[in-house]
Design a protein around this ligand. Sequence first.
Ligand code: SF4
Length: 422
Amino acid sequence: MSQAANPRETPSPVAPAPRAEKPLRVNVRTPEVMERVQAEVEEHYRSLIVEKIRARGGSLTIGDTRVRLAKQFGFCYGVERAIDLAYASRRVFPENRIFLIGEIIHNPEVNRQLREMNIETLPWKEMDAQYDTLTGDDVVIVPAFGAPLDFMEKLDERGCKVVDTTCGDVMKVWRRVRSYAGDGVTSIIHGKAKHEETRATASRAAGKSGAGHYLIILTLEDTEIVCDFIRNGGDPDAFLERFGGAYSEGFDPARHLRRVGVANQTTMLKSETEEIQNRIRRAIADRDGGDETNFQVFDTICGATQERQDALFDLLGEPMDMLLVVGGYNSSNTSHLVEIGEKALPTFFIRGASCLKSLEEVLHFDLHRAEEVTSYPKALLGDGPVTVGITAGASCPSNLIENTVLKIFALRGVSAERVHAA
Ligand code: SF4
């Protein structure tokens, strides 16, 4: 495959703007291209061992070591589509510069593969001068999370070829917050204010008129502060300070919490989202004498996130000694799987097999300390029988699960050949 010129060789950050025109939304999914792309993607991410374990009902036992896989884990439809489109972009535009806004999904291995295809990353937190160097010959991939409106407008202005991989489930949330804005309802978004998807959603909460507002909340503690303000009012300045950076310009809690609609980042923990919805509903009803007409809700957790959470609850019904959750540390849906797991048994959030250092040492991400730490789980020690559960978020390819399975068996003295032959 021919490679595009290195974008770092771009001559000047002040290149003249191209014609102002709508970006060319390019369809790279032609049957011929997709056939080749799917073969390539399968080669990079498929796992025969994972398929074999799935075909056996999700469990593989060799000697006294058993591995159990959740019924649903790994790549979701939105992620598969985004990766296919990114690979197809390079096939369709072998000579063009291709850029990606941030990460296509939250998995280091997948993002590394794209870098190897000379797909360069543009900053996603804020636009820098690099965006002003884009031209009509450049291809820009919008990730599965979507991108904020001002980023899309910049691509419009520069006239780039846009390959938009935004997941349909994310766009459903956008439609919801736009409709709240159209009804004069403020969007309360349950999500992470700095997450790509939530930033993209929040940017749409102004609606067509531009008059809509939003407030982003993450925790039950945030929810209680909002509910208290709804019921009793309070000091708007203190409220705004508490939620700094997580509300729309001009947001006034005294005015904009009168009519609210809840939506959520697609990958949140369902039980927590429901609790937040219920608390806000009760606060509105308390304030309005039992009337709930100033409250709207629309559950926007995506089907894939829901299936992975449900499958983990099922898996936790089986006896296991430990749970490994495989995925990128910045993956929201993966971190919620960890939260579910750690309530039930020793759970380790790992990037991949290399985190399993030995029988005694596991490198993993501690969600509470927000850092990678080393633990020394006793579950893998000794000669007795051991059952290890494995799940993975929607951004984790099967080959990383396969490596993890092989490593567990290797640490228990079972060779890769035996696992393949089992
Ligand atoms: S996790 Fe859900 S919203 Fe995100 S890409 Fe997958 S299907 Fe779409």
